[in-house]
Design a protein around this ligand. Structure first.
Ligand SMILES: Nc1ncnc2c1ncn2[C@@H]1O[C@H](COP(=O)(O)OP(=O)(O)O)[C@@H](O)[C@H]1O
Ligand SMILES: [Mg+2]
Length: 285
């Protein structure tokens, strides 16, 4: 029971008001509220911790895969050299093993980078680099014709300087090219255009592949999202999530446009560094 005394003055007379209140119900309500809050808080902590744990587990597994994979990879090379077997079915078999191993390596690198990004957040390498040179390397490293269309490049003559983490930007662009090749038949087209636009560098990766239904476009950048149409094509649904994070960490933006059955275009905009942007108007004081 709650008791309160309140001094009052009524028509010049001092009085005391005594209130008695049964607070059992109030107390119970309060207790229930506290319990609910604690439950919600601990659920949130558990949720956070398990997301954290999952990420580290993924990175750990990815890391453990690295060594055996590089053993497989070098052993294949040794084996191929020592057999010296020139029969086409043998070299085709070697090629298939190598491609599959490469794909695994790339997948694992994606998992490891995912973890690295989560940890470093804002503390990226910040150095100026030439985007055109980087794009050339991305094209060199692409499958370029092996079971996929060749990448047609359109690059400007001038240099385009971007400041940031070169290795991460390379991973981002390589992922876009990899998707374009992966989701396009070998007789289709994949193109990569790089153009300056005001104070931005615009990179467009376009393909004539299977396309993405409009209803799915908002979800393709979600972690682990894979279109039902991508069934049977290898992937983990991590690539575009990673790409978007890398681009946004560099103050850039990415968007996707697609027509089902006709192809997709991914457009990346990155801020250019001052030395390649047009000079600013002189200030008059
Ligand atoms: N160029 C593309 N053409 C068609 N679909 C694409 C393309 N790029 C991405 N997608 C769709 O977006 C999904 C997510 O892409 P991504 O995150 O790179 O994952 P993954 O390639 O591992 O499936 C893919 O599963 C696919 O459905
Ligand atoms: Mg991908």
């Amino acid at each position: 029971t709650h008791l309160s005394l309140l001094p009052l003055e009524i028509e010049g007379e001092d009085m005391l008001m005594l209130t008695l209140r049964d607070v059992t119900q109030d107390k119970e309500l309060q207790k229930a509220q506290v319990a609910a809050r604690l439950a919600a808080e601990s659920a949130l902590t558990i949720e956070r911790r398990s997301v954290e744990e999952q990420r580290h587990f993924l990175a750990m597994v990815a890391h453990e895969f690295r060594t055996p994979l590089s053993i497989i990879s070098t052993t294949i090379d040794v084996l191929e050299m020592t057999t010296g077997d020139q029969r086409p079915e043998i070299s085709a078999a070697f090629d298939r093993i190598k491609r599959a191993t490469e794909r695994l390596v790339r997948l694992i690198e994606t998992c490891l980078n995912e973890d690295r990004l989560g940890e470093i957040g804002g503390s990226l390498a910040r150095e100026p680099f030439d985007l055109i040179g980087l794009v050339r390397k991305v094209i060199q490293d692409s499958r370029g014709g092996t079971n996929a269309p060749r990448v047609e490049a359109s690059l400007p003559d001038t240099s385009l300087t971007v400041t940031g983490d070169k290795a991460l930007i390379k991973i981002a662009l390589a992922n876009l090219v990899d998707n374009a090749e992966k989701y396009t038949k070998a007789d289709g087209r994949v193109s990569l255009r790089l153009t300056p636009y005001g104070d931005q560098a615009v990179v467009q990766v376009a393909d004539s592949g299977m396309g993405i239904p409009e209803s799915e476009l908002p979800r393709i950048f979600d972690k682990y999202y894979r279109s039902p149409g991508a069934k049977g094509i290898a992937g983990a649904g991590l690539g575009l999530h990673l790409v978007k994070r890398i681009i946004e960490l560099h103050g850039g933006r990415i968007e996707a446009a697609s027509v089902m059955g006709q192809g997709s275009t991914f457009t990346v905009r990155l801020p250019l560094s001052m030395d390649s942007a047009p000079p600013e108007e002189p200030q008059s004081d």
